[in-house]
Design a binder for this molecule. Structure first.
Ligand code: GTP
Ligand code: MG
Length: 171
């Protein structure tokens, strides 16, 4: 028979890195050049097939990256089984912020949480400020998944969620 496993996933990262854009690409296959900054958090669901008989339904909390909402984040990551921490490959300071989210989750979240580090906006190659090699090395060191994506073109977005789904305990 067909099996569907549900997992709670939280999206974290600085404002304007493209968290909402990634989840809207994943859940609705749409993209907007002028997306409004998230207020509080937004909720989405989407199902991804893992193999012929198994799929994963992600229950996604898309958090607000603006500083004034920072104190809300623990409410969303505390009972999450997976986290996607996003930075913008054209803004080095957003990678620094991503690293501080990784540290906070490693201290405060479920010790079994699956964490993916995601460099978004990789359609903007000419403005690149963070190399994939540096981030891959950081991810390998911390046991994190790593992908570069573009919510704009859709590059690697489904692959990201499929890779996370395959890492989840499916039994
Ligand atoms: P907060 O809700 O404030 O935390 O921001 P966010 O991380 O959800 O960012 P959002 O998805 O609102 O995107 C911010 C801006 O970046 C929007 O203008 C998007 O159109 C743009 N954007 C998002 N993803 C991409 C991408 O992959 N490539 C390009 N070129 N622009 C993107
Ligand atoms: Mg948002």
């Amino acid at each position: 028979g067909n099996r569907v496993f549900n997992f709670k996933l939280v999206l974290l990262g600085e404002s304007a890195v493209g968290k909402s854009s990634l989840v809207v690409r994943f859940a609705k296959d749409q993209f907007d050049e002028y997306r409004e900054s998230t207020i509080g958090a937004a909720f989405f669901t989407q199902v991804v097939p893992v193999d012929d008989t198994t799929s994963v339904k992600f229950e996604i909390w898309d958090t607000a990256g603006q500083e004034r909402y920072k104190s809300l984040a623990p409410m969303y990551y505390r009972n999450a089984q997976c986290a996607v921490i996003v930075y913008d490959i054209t803004k080095a300071e957003t990678f620094e912020r991503a690293k501080s989210w990784v540290k906070e989750l490693q201290r405060q979240a479920d010790p079994d949480i699956v964490i993916a580090l995601v460099g978004n906006k990789n359609d903007l190659e000419t403005n690149r400020a963070v190399t994939a090699e540096e981030c891959q090395a950081y991810a390998d060191e911390g046991g994190l998944l790593f992908k570069e994506t573009s919510a704009k073109t859709g590059a690697n977005v489904l692959e990201l969620f499929q890779t996370i789904a395959k890492k989840m305990p499916l039994d």
